[in-house]
Design a binder for this molecule. Structure first.
Ligand code: ZN
Length: 324
């Protein structure tokens, strides 16, 4: 059984469930995976994909973004998608919101958890949302004040936390400042995003460790792109220092349209396989997930899925997946 959020180890141990290792995978395929595609995926197919992902045991799914349709045309049907999956049992459905307007529409569409985001890098934030980070934080403050009273949860994603396509290296002090400013607004769930795949396991370990030490009240998650093949190594490095929430995208689809060189997220099936092999509970039904990946490939025949598992399949041996 996967416990409810918050998901940090110490809280888990307090809950009396110590001894079972677990992680939570947040499926971002319907958002990060689809946002960059030139092909518009039909609304009923998006709804079907989200429903299938939920049936595979994924307990948090980003269904898309409440952004201007000219910025990301793929999400021009986000209201219909939200209506089509509304009421799905046992799943936290979330969506990306860049501003107050998007947050209001998302809340009106029935979403109970929103993903606000901004970049640690000033240049990327300008390119991505045409705002300074200070303006983004001011928007977050307003969103929080308006929506917290109605019980809506807000997770904040910090883009380019491990490097920026425009500015290159991002000092750890800048990441800590962004975390602090976000936490000061009462946000208790923050995801550090390697938007363009600049992270490496040592950098990830350092940033994750320092963040957890400095901000023990914040539940940190990680969002890795496998741009140069380090996605799973980074995932494992973060796990080793206590991170228990990981974004991933079915088939390894993904990429930021406003970050040159960005490519796919770490694949959900590869992430689930990594942890299943280590005896760590994910709640994901891997054979069902691979079947969903196969159907996704059918929907997107011209876009090769990059996950290792979708190519190799599950190992043919007794006892798979690992009993946990
Ligand atoms: Zn991403």
């Amino acid at each position: 059984m996967i416990p409810a959020f918050p998901f940090q180890n110490d809280l888990y141990e307090e809950s009396g469930m110590a001894g079972t290792e677990y992680i939570r995978i947040v499926e971002v395929g319907p958002r990060d995976g689809l946002q960059n595609l030139a092909t518009f995926v039909a609304t009923d197919r998006k709804i079907g994909l989200i429903r299938e992902l939920a049936a595979c045991g994924l307990r948090e799914i980003q269904i898309g973004g409440f952004v201007h349709p000219q910025a990301i045309p793929q999400f021009r049907d986000i209201r219909e998608v939200a209506a089509g999956v509304n009421g799905l049992e046992g799943v936290a459905l979330t969506a990306l919101v860049p501003n107050l307007r998007g947050a209001r529409v998302a809340a009106a569409c029935g979403l109970r958890k929103l993903n606000f985001f901004f970049s640690v890098s000033r240049s990327h934030n300008r390119s991505n949302v045409r705002q300074t980070p200070e303006e983004s934080l001011a928007a977050l403050k307003t969103i929080r004040e308006e929506l917290f009273p109605s019980g809506i949860e807000i997770r904040v994603d910090l883009a380019t936390a491990f490097g920026c396509p425009f500015e290159g290296h991002i000092p750890i002090g800048a990441v800590l400042r962004a975390v602090e400013e976000t936490a000061n607004l009462g946000i208790r769930e923050i995801t550090l995003c390697d938007t363009v795949g600049f992270g490496n396991p040592r950098l990830v370990e350092e940033i994750a460790r320092v963040c957890r030490e400095r901000f023990p009240d914040v539940a940190f998650g990680m969002h890795f792109h496998n741009t140069r093949g380090l996605g799973l190594a980074n995932t494992f490095a973060a796990y080793q220092v206590g991170i228990r929430t990981f974004d991933a995208s079915l088939g390894g689809l993904g990429g930021c349209p406003f970050a040159p060189g960005a490519s796919g997220n770490t694949a959900t099936e590869d992430t689930a396989f990594l942890f299943a092999e280590m005896g760590v509970e994910t709640g994901v039904d891997l054979p069902a997930l691979l079947e969903t990946a196969r159907r996704l490939q059918g929907i997107l025949p011209d876009i090769p899925l990059t996950s290792a598992l979708s190519r190799a399949g599950l190992p043919r041996r007794a006892g798979f997946p690992c009993p946990s």
